[in-house]
Design a protein around this ligand. Structure first.
Ligand code: EPZ
Length: 458
């Protein structure tokens, strides 16, 4: 059945024929949540910064437009690298407008770099979000502690500081560290006067990779990957070339697609330790999980040392997941890294909808991130979500239906459920999926999924 879009709805949708086991090999793209703060950090460099491995995503496109309004040239080179080049003659452009920021809240990542490099920033408050309450108090408190004057005027954060001054700040709130808060303050601290200590910092791989990039630009940072970061401010940073780490959330999504369709899929170019909790949980529900060297095919932990243009090596490997039965039921708690990521919670819910028994999911990061429950129920899932806890009663089968994505990862969950459901499923709301997955339908089709993207209603 072809869904008829309401007049103001984008017409595109995915048509999925469910019930086919995914088989084959697919490469993972560069990490969206590493690329975005890195693009913003390009503001800090004197001269151009080139980022390698930045995926073609809606979020990247929007942040590029935000940077262009800030007098920063952004463009794809013929070889695919993304160039970020601040123009000092346009240093007076420090306002990131609501029209773009509301569409991509991670645009808020420009706050720290703008403030540090130009002494002033006017960034729209990001506003609401489908996955829950998204305050920015930790970002603002830390920058204020570093000497910034911060006003909230007409929906904008207006921040100014002749030069930030290093001090001790915390990045942890009631539900753990703030990832983009850490990115904002880490970036800002690189040009502050003196030493900044960030306690309770996010330890996500995307933050470690941002830190590596900043160090390559000339920043002095210790403690990357630990909850305590020490940054000795410097006067200038230089533009460099940096390769973005692989996207651990995309890798996990593709591996869960293998599990839910009882297939056999190898994801290449990923960093297994970035998804260790996901791999452990896949084994717990009955999947066979192998990690091996992409070059030799041998199993084992010796990662392939891929050195990109003389950059520090990235150890990427291949992960193979195969499943020949219904998943066992399990209790999952989504937590900050290195726990099961909140960004994979919805995808887990789709898989556990078919488990043999009752499972539970809690999300300690975004307790209200259960918008996908109602849409999964349309496919026949039996899920009760109350007070930040979902109880999933496994069913023998899901049945195809028309469903709509409410946010990026909920969309991914609906695609996974559609791949396993009997009959046809259509998924609308692709503007959400396109924000964070590069050609997801093509990647799944290359794994023998029956999926097509219909970009306009015939
Ligand atoms: C990042 O969002 C990711 N986005 C999110 O991924 C991810 O879900 C989230 O981290 C958690 O891992 C990017 O990196 C671009 P937080 P972020 O600040 O930084 C509370 C996706 O699907 N908090 O780490 O905005 C907050 O309410 C997206 O790719 C405060 O209390 O999230 C939440 O409960 C969705 N005060 C917790 O901390 C603050 O000032 C973690 O939020 C900031 C956050």
């Amino acid at each position: 059945m072809t869904p008829t879009p309401l007049s103001n709805e984008p017409a595109a949708f995915l048509r999925i024929g469910g019930g086919r086991a995914l088989r084959g090999q697919v490469a993972v793209a560069g990490a969206k949540n590493a690329a975005l703060p890195m693009m913003a950090a390009g503001i800090l460099g004197r001269g151009a910064t080139w980022l390698e491995g930045v995926p073609e995503l809606g979020d990247v496109e929007i942040l590029g437009r935000v940077l262009q309004t800030l007098g920063v040239a952004v463009g794809r080179e013929p070889d695919g690298r993304l160039r970020i080049e601040p123009d000092d003659r346009r240093a007076g452009q420090v306002r990131a407008g609501y029209e773009l920021v509301r569409r991509m809240r991670a645009s808020f990542c420009v706050l720290g770099p703008l403030l540090a490099r130009r002494g002033r920033a006017e960034v729209a408050l990001p506003g609401g979000c489908a996955i829950g309450d998204r305050p920015v108090d930790l970002h603002l408190a830390a920058l204020a502690a570093m000497g910034a004057t911060i006003e909230i005027e007409h929906g904008y954060v207006v921040a100014s500081a002749r030069r930030l001054v290093g001090t001790r700040v915390s990045m942890t709130g009631p539900r753990g560290p703030s990832v983009t808060g850490t990115a904002n303050v880490l970036s800002a601290a690189t040009l502050a006067r003196g030493e900044t200590t960030i306690t309770g910092a996010a330890v996500e791989p995307e933050i470690v990779d941002l830190g590596r990039m900043l160090v390559a630009m000339g920043a002095k940072i210790d403690g990357l990957g630990t909850p305590t970061l020490r940054i000795e401010g410097v006067d200038t940073l230089s533009g460099i070339t940096h390769r973005v780490i692989p996207d651990r959330i995309e890798a996990a999504t593709l591996l869960l697609a293998a599990a839910i369709t009882q297939g056999d899929v190898t994801v290449t170019g990923c960093v297994p330790e970035h998804i260790a909790a996901v791999l452990e949980t896949l084994r717990a529900v009955g999947c066979k999980v192998e990690v091996y060297n992409e070059e030799t095919g041998g199993t084992g932990v010796s990662p392939v040392e891929n050195t990109f243009h003389g950059q520090d090596a990235r150890a990427t490997q291949a992960v193979r997941v195969s499943m020949s039965d219904r998943p066992r039921s399990i209790d999952i708690v989504a937590k900050p890294y290195p726990g099961v990521p909140t960004d994979v919670q919805a995808q887990w819910m789709a898989l556990l909808a078919l488990a043999d028994g009752t499972s539970t999911i809690q999300d300690r990061v975004f307790p209200g991130r259960f918008m996908h429950v109602a849409e999964l129920a349309r496919l026949g899932a039996r899920i009760e979500a109350t007070d930040g806890r979902a109880v999933i009663s496994g069913v023998d089968r899901l049945s195809g239906a028309d469903v709509r994505a409410t946010d990026l990862r909920a969309g991914a969950a609906l695609v996974l459920a559609g791949l396993a459901a009997e009959g046809q499923t259509t998924v609308t709301g692709l503007e959400h999926l396109d924000r964070g997955y590069e050609r997801l339908d093509s990647k799944l089709a290359s794994l023998e999924a029956q999926i097509e993207r219909v970009d306009s209603i015939a």
